[in-house]
Structures are given as structure tokens and as C-alpha cells.
Design a protein around this ligand. Structure first.
Ligand code: DAS
Length: 362
């Protein structure tokens, strides 16, 4: 009983601390001038997803906030000094490009305001986590790490993975070896580069992988193990960017015509990524629509729907499939190629420039 009260007291204390952290930006400013703490400081930005859900497999899906997420992992207190912010509480299918912009700025601003912070953890739905992680990887310039995590099982499920993922993400965010590695994804003890990671299973706790390049490291019980030295690709500066251009993905399949591409162009797409067959192949109908789109100034990138392996990179990569002038996605999955094309279009709408960007990000 005493123990229960003690942990309830600690929970309330933590919940109070978090709501104070949420209440005003001034709190963040105050923390930056506070005396240095013995434990590393980690900031958590919660966006929603299964990790923050209850009754997930029912018609009445519930939500829990960042304070309750932390309360489920009391051991975090022993490894880091935590602050938290509720950015949103949505399934990741509801994350928009506008939210990417705000989230990236929010994280960069927090890191700038708090030099004592070791790193940031973002909790996120797993469905589009890889896209958000890649966007943050390409836009948060600070060398301190951003770890994106979530859960495959809801917070009130059996054998839940959320608390372990959150705990390990805080460990990785606090680990000096994380510096200079950009935004990463951690689930199931594995650490992946934001660029390389993809969701490969709809339900299993080991749903994430990087089929072409492999994991960056693992969160072992006694230490964080890194398999490769830090490496970052060129970044994009979001200063002055108010909105991101529309970029859509068109899926190729036997007999596909160009209706989807024509519709995307009509809807205002500035870029289109084609999920090509095999090594970036298309269909006669898609080729014709690609030519029409390019005549309208739309930049077209061709990737593959296969899930692993690359397509030729560089302007004219689609020549093989009958669409010269397209840009090859390399080994980026189409949903990642969409993120890169969205940012590349902020700099240039010339497909030759975009091809150089794609080449630089392989
Ligand atoms: N609810 C889904 C999402 O928000 C799945 C999940 O988080 O695992 O992406």
C-alpha cells in the first residue's frame, strides 16, 4: 500500500511537472538557465499513435497523454531528467506535411533554447513514422539526436511494447554515441536511420527494418551498441518556408493507365513519385501520363514497389520504361522519395537539380 501510494505520489509529481512544462514556453527558457543536472536531460514530444491508445481493437479507441505514457515507465526517472510536450494526439495517418513543418521547427527551437538537452524523443504512430522520421532527419540540423518511437501494441494490451520502446529511446537519446546521427527510429530494441527504416509488418512488435542497409545499432540491456559511425546527408533549411509543395504517389501495376497521375496534376501536384514495377518500370498508360505531367512542369521521380533494392539514380532514369526526364529514387522507398522530393522542390523545380539531390542522398 505504502509502495502504491509512493508510486502514485511520484506519478502525480511527474504529471504535475509535465503539465508545468506544457503550460508555457517560459518554462523551457527557465530550464535552460537552471544549474546543470547530474542526469542527462531528454525532452519528449508526443504526437499520438497506438503507443498512446487504449481499447485499440474496439469501436471506442481511447487516448492517453504524455504524462500517462511516462507514468508507465517509472524506471525512466533513474536514467534521465524528463520534460514532455503534447504536440498532438492523433493516429499517424492524420499527420500532415504542415505538421511535419511545425514539428521540425518545434524540435529545433527546443534544442536551441536548451543547450543542456541531450536529445529529443518523439512518440508517434507507427504507420507513417518512417516518413516523419525521414523529414526530421532532413531538416533538424542540431547534432543532438531525435529518436522517433511508438508501439505496435496499445497501452492497455497484453505484452505491451510501448514502455520498453520509450525507455530504450530515452537511453539512446541520452547516449553520447547518438550525436551526429540525425533522426532515428527505435522499436523492438533496434535503432534505424530515419532514412533507411520502413514498416514491414502490420502487427508484430518487430515490424520495423531497413531491408537494404540494415540497422544502425541496438539498445542492449547494459549498453547502446552502434554498428556504424555517424553519418548525415545534406540538410534542408526550412527558414521562411510556410508550406510544402504537394507531392503524390502513383502506384504502377499490370495494365495501369494514367488516370491517377492526371488527377494528381489536376489537384495541384508539383511532384509525383511513381511506385514502379520491378526496377522502376511503368506501363504505357503511366508513361503517357508522366509525359503530360512533365509538360506541365511537374517533376516525376520513379521508385520501386518491390520493397527492397534500388532503381537507377539520375535524370533520365526512366528512359528504360519509356519516360526520359524522370528522376530515379535510388534505394529510397517511394514514401521516402516523396519526402525528399517535397523538400527538393523547395530549392528547384528543374528535374536535373532534383536528380542531383537524389544522387546526393544515396
Ligand atoms: N494507429 C496506427 C498509427 O497511428 C498504428 C500504430 O501506431 O502502431 O500509426
Amino acid at each position: 500500500m505504502r509502495k502504491t501510494l509512493k508510486s502514485a505520489h511520484r506519478y502525480l509529481k511527474r504529471a504535475g511537472a509535465i503539465s508545468a512544462a506544457l503550460s508555457a514556453a517560459a518554462t523551457v527558457a527557465a530550464q535552460s538557465t537552471a544549474a546543470p543536472l547530474a542526469k542527462p536531460q531528454v525532452h519528449i514530444v508526443a504526437t499520438g499513435g497506438t503507443i498512446a491508445s487504449t481499447n485499440y481493437y474496439s469501436a471506442n479507441v481511447g487516448k492517453i497523454g504524455v504524462a500517462a505514457l511516462l507514468a508507465a515507465v517509472p524506471a525512466i526517472d533513474s536514467i534521465a531528467s524528463i520534460t514532455g510536450r503534447q504536440f498532438s494526439n492523433v493516429a499517424s495517418g492524420a499527420i500532415t506535411t504542415d505538421m511535419w513543418l511545425r514539428l521540425s521547427r518545434d524540435i529545433s527551437d527546443t534544442l536551441r533554447a536548451r543547450p543542456g538537452l541531450a536529445g529529443v524523443v518523439v512518440t508517434h504512430g507507427t504507420d507513417t513514422m518512417e516518413e516523419t522520421a525521414y523529414f526530421l532527419d532532413l531538416t533538424v540540423a542540431d547534432p543532438r539526436p531525435v529518436i522517433v518511437t511508438g508501439a505496435m501494441r496499445p497501452s492497455d494490451g497484453i505484452g505491451i511494447d510501448g514502455p520498453a520502446n520509450l525507455y530504450n529511446s530515452v537511453r539512446v537519446a541520452a547516449d553520447p554515441g547518438s550525436r551526429g546521427r540525425g533522426a532515428m527510429v527505435l522499436l523492438n530494441d533496434e535503432i534505424f536511420a530515419g532514412r533507411d527504416v520502413t514498416k514491414m509488418n502490420t502487427v508484430r512488435p518487430d515490424a520495423f527494418g531497413a531491408p537494404y542497409r540494415g540497422a544502425l545499432g541496438v539498445a542492449d540491456p547494459e549498453r547502446i551498441v552502434w554498428h556504424r559511425p555517424p553519418f548525415r546527408q545534406p540538410l534542408f533549411d526550412l527558414t521562411g518556408v510556410r508550406e510544402l509543395p504537394r507531392v503524390d504517389i502513383a502506384y504502377a501495376y499490370a495494365g495501369a493507365d494514367g488516370a491517377a497521375i492526371d488527377a494528381f496534376v489536376a489537384a495541384g501536384a508539383k511532384g509525383i513519385v511513381v511506385a514502379g514495377v520491378g526496377r522502376g518500370g511503368t506501363t504505357p498508360g503511366i508513361d503517357a501520363a508522366i509525359r503530360r505531367a512533365m509538360q506541365n512542369g511537374v517533376v516525376v521521380v520513379v521508385g520501386s514497389r518491390t520493397g527492397s533494392g534500388g532503381v537507377a539514380v539520375g535524370e533520365g532514369a526512366g528512359r528504360e520504361s519509356g519516360s526520359p526526364g524522370t528522376v530515379g529514387a535510388g534505394d529510397l522507398p517511394v514514401q521516402k522519395a516523396r519526402v525528399l522530393l517535397t523538400l527538393a522542390l523547395l530549392k528547384s523545380t528543374d528535374s536535373r537539380d532534383v536528380a542531383r539531390v537524389f544522387a546526393a542522398h544515396q
